[in-house]
Design a protein around this ligand. Structure first.
Ligand SMILES: [Zn+2]
Length: 427
């Protein structure tokens, strides 16, 4: 297969117009001029797509999702060009393993990696509502916890640093010594750590404890310069989850929730199951922050992203989608990554930097060295869109074609299936 005369965004920058060839699921050639001009044979047997007016991107990676064991979520993700999801909490371990295996093999689902079960304090968030969840009572239990997750096939370790205040509760949280012991144990075992931080105090605790990545951002205040420069100096990574934070923070009249507008975008709606559309338009479930308070502002998160990016901290696109058909979370798989991209641009990233945050950056920082970049030898995870998303980020929604591992996703058939189920409110 050759996609010819196409604008190529390789995961970092726009290469200009050229051609990309792939075979057996792998990119074989990237030409920065049309295939004919280079003498490359569009041999009689090779399929050629004329990419005039289109842009080819690496398959998108959502660096913070919750799949909840539902294959339908991975299909929904792929239908919007998300070829890989990084799941940040799923159980039981047998189900997580089975779904990761299926996602690795099946061309009709987004591929996935998962943390499996999360580390949290006894009686804390989220274990207070899930009594069977293993917890970590202190530093002495950290290594056994990490070893158990590694034995279950976890691809990284997720650590919850949250006292429940955003949900109007006061719950025990992991302390600094315990989080440090978890980060140390994971590092010894070759696993990355991702800390869920609920507020400024928990972000500081996570940074002090040496975790590799921080996910979410405080809403009560923007991160200050000292915190941001330390995050940069210590080579930490941020996964802000702006889509979820926007949906969670109190709405103000000066700034309506942009994520809701997906439900009115014809490029999105045509491929959304009816329940997902309703969830985007009206849903309130599954949010990280529920507390209504005057100092909680989404604009604080936008300001933090701007500061982190300016300081050189890698920022990864992650939605924190909590969607499933029985849970009307307004942040849904696949579609909401296009909201996240637009919010990263609103925060001050260039469109190219936002695209990097959803392609080569998560691949590099999560060790997915086979994807995220358009280059010979990488997986043919590709998204072809109309227009130039490095000029207008919303062009990522104008999807012409999606390939996962070189296999084209049948978007037309998916559209028909979703249209026929559009009347259903549950599935
Ligand atoms: Zn999450």
């Amino acid at each position: 297969m050759i996609i010819d005369k196409v604008r190529i965004f390789d995961g970092t920058a726009l290469l200009g117009s050229g051609a990309v060839e792939f075979a057996d699921g792998v990119i074989t050639r990237v030409l920065t001029e049309p295939a004919a001009a280079s003498g490359a044979s569009a041999s009689a047997s090779a399929d050629v797509i004329d990419g005039t007016g289109l842009t080819l991107l690496p398959g998108l990676i959502d660096a913070h999702t919750h799949v909840f064991g539902a294959e339908s979520n991975l299909e929904l993700a792929l239908a919007f060009g998300v070829t890989t999801e990084l799941d940040m909490f799923m159980g039981p371990p047998e189900l997580t393993q089975a779904l990761c295996t299926a996602a690795g093999e099946r061309a009709d689902l987004a591929d996935m990696r998962s943390s499996g079960l999360v580390a949290s304090a006894p009686g804390g968030h989220p274990g207070h509502a899930m009594p069977l969840l293993p917890t970590v009572a202190g530093p002495d239990e950290a290594d056994a916890f990490v070893a158990a997750r590694q034995a279950e096939g976890a691809h990284f370790i997720k650590i919850i640093v949250d006292d429940g205040a955003n949900h109007g509760m006061s719950l025990p949280a992991l302390d600094r010594a315990t989080v440090t012991a978890l980060a140390d144990a994971a590092r010894r075992r070759g696993l990355l750590t991702v800390a869920h931080v609920s507020a400024g105090w928990s972000a500081r605790l996570a940074l002090d404890s040496g975790v590799d990545m921080l996910t979410h951002l405080p809403l009560e205040a923007a991160l200050d310069d000292a915190f941001v420069s330390r995050t940069a100096d210590e080579k930490r990574v941020a996964i802000p989850t702006l889509a979820m934070l926007e949906a969670s923070a109190p709405e103000t009249s000066s700034r309506p929730r942009t994520g809701r507008s997906l439900a009115d975008d014809p490029r999105i709606v045509a491929y959304l199951p009816g329940h997902a559309r309703t969830a985007i338009a009206e849903g309130h479930e599954g949010l990280c922050v529920e507390k209504e308070s005057p100092e909680h502002h989404f604009t604080h998160a936008l300001a933090s992203v701007a500061r982190l990016h300016r300081a050189g901290v890698p920022v990864l696109a992650g939605t924190d989608t909590n969607y499933r058909p029985d849970r009307a979370c307004p942040v849904v798989h696949g579609a909401s990554l296009h909201t996240e991209l637009a919010l990263l641009v609103e925060a001050g990233l260039t469109p190219a930097a936002a695209l990097t945050a959803a392609t080569s950056a998560p691949a590099a920082h999560f060790g997915l060295s086979d994807r995220g970049v358009i280059a010979p030898g990488r997986r043919a995870d590709l998204v072809l869109v109309e227009g130039d998303p490095t000029q207008d980020i919303t062009r990522t929604r104008s999807i012409e074609a999606i390939w996962r591992g070189g296999v084209r996703f049948d978007r037309a058939a998916y559209r028909e299936r979703t249209a026929s189920s559009a009347g259903a409110t549950r599935s």
